[in-house]
Design a binder for this molecule. Structure first.
Ligand code: PLP
Length: 382
């Protein structure tokens, strides 16, 4: 936590620090308890027992059965296994998939890959507030639609989609529903049964566990064609020796999240609201997203006329995000903000602030003061 004390870190949607209790729980499995849980000797089997326990705990956290959980390296891998696996398994029924234009690249690029393989993908536009239009979903869903993929909570805007309604509509039309819940698990209560979710992906490093561990929930009886082959681990759906320290860490992170969820929601939303109010009182600022249907830790604000990348570069010891994808050294405006109708200039002028459980009022004051200083009309860069 030492590094965290030196900076005002408001980028928890990008990644979270490891909770020291999570770190403590996983440590013995990095060192002394190193056996392979697939080994048949007693040492291996004792570790296998711990993995089993952790699997039950994590499954329970989303109200799933333990045999419905596949451990992966993170959300991206889970999404790939799920979408490609469903496409291959159900291609006899149809080759049409529906997703949102505001999805994470892990979903969009997986869909692009499937298009190259003969599938048809509808990238549904969103409303200006980032929410799905259910009437439009009803219009585009067809008898040959096999899968609808909609992110639970958007990583850039915090907008929460109406997951239950989408799942119901999807099932009424005979398709399966998958949600990328990477920004939801750990923050809000999730019950895959009550919501009617068939497949769900999430990632440890967004919920105070380390990078390199994630999970895929697959409702029992859902057919999934394996995309990786090898030792047949994880019911043949994700071959490869299990990441035991990561799994133990994820279980501990779920336990802590479950105990502290209400407290975090209260504390973090108060800080987020303070930050947001301060910014929205400034001239030429506006909120991006939906005021009602959004997660308590995120705010995305357009500072009209500013360049978010310049602002970020000018803020030493402050970590916020511009939500724009930087690939191959070309900085592009965020596809999420563009899909919500922002022009390039406004998309480049937007900053995402995502808070977490270690933030303090001092962090908020530091960030507010610095951005106020940098955006005042007569401010001259040194
Ligand atoms: C909504 C969402 N989906 C997927 C991912 C990818 O997660 P991972 O880094 O675990 O592959 C992220 C992380 O950036 C995310 O925020």
């Amino acid at each position: 936590m030492e590094e965290l004390n030196k900076i005002s870190y408001l980028d928890y949607n990008a990644t979270t620090p490891i909770d020291p209790r999570v770190f403590k729980a996983m440590l013995p499995f990095l060192k002394d308890n190193f056996a392979n849980p697939s080994s048949t000797h007693h040492f291996g089997q004792s570790i296998n027992g711990k993995v089993k326990q952790a699997r039950e705990q994590i499954a329970d956290f989303i109200n799933a059965e333990s045999n419905e959980l596949i451990f992966t390296s993170g959300a991206t891998e889970a999404i790939n296994i799920a979408i490609k696996g469903i496409a291959e398994s159900y291609s006899n029924k149809g080759k049409h998939i529906i997703t949102l234009s505001t999805e994470h690249k892990a979903v969009l690029d997986t869909c692009k890959d499937l298009e190259r393989k003969g599938f048809e993908v509808t990238y549904l536009p969103v409303q200006p507030n980032g929410l799905i239009d259910l009437v439009e979903l009803k219009q585009v869903i067809r008898p040959d639609t096999i899968l609808v993929s909609v992110m639970y909570i958007n990583n850039e805007t915090g907008v929460i989609q109406p997951i239950k309604e989408i799942a119901t509509l999807t099932h009424q039309n005979g398709a399966l529903f998958i949600t990328d819940a990477t920004q939801a698990v750990g923050k809000i209560e999730i019950d895959v049964d009550a919501l009617g979710i068939d497949l769900l992906c999430f990632s440890g490093h967004k919920m105070y566990a380390p990078k390199g561990i994630g999970a895929l929930y697959v409702r029992n009886k859902t057919k999934l064609t394996p995309q990786t082959h090898g030792g047949g681990h994880e019911q043949g759906l994700r071959s490869g020796t299990l990441n035991v320290p990561g799994i133990i860490a994820l279980a501990k992170a779920c336990e802590i999240a479950s105990e502290e969820m209400a407290l975090n929601q209260r504390k973090i939303s108060a800080l987020r609201d303070k930050l947001e109010t301060e910014f929205l009182e400034l001239p030429n600022t506006s909120l991006i997203g939906d005021l009602e249907n959004r997660i308590f830790n995120t705010t995305n604000i357009c500072f009209k006329g500013q360049d978010a990348n310049v602002l970020i570069g000018r803020m030493k010891n402050i970590a916020v995000s511009n939500g724009s994808a930087c690939s191959s050294a070309v900085i592009e405006p965020s596809h999420v903000l563009k899909a919500m109708g922002l022009n390039d200039d406004d998309a480049f002028a937007s900053l995402r602030f995502s808070l977490g459980k270690y933030n303090t009022i001092e962090d908020i004051e530091t960030v507010v003061n610095k951005i106020k200083e940098l955006t005042q009309p007569n401010f001259k860069y040194a």
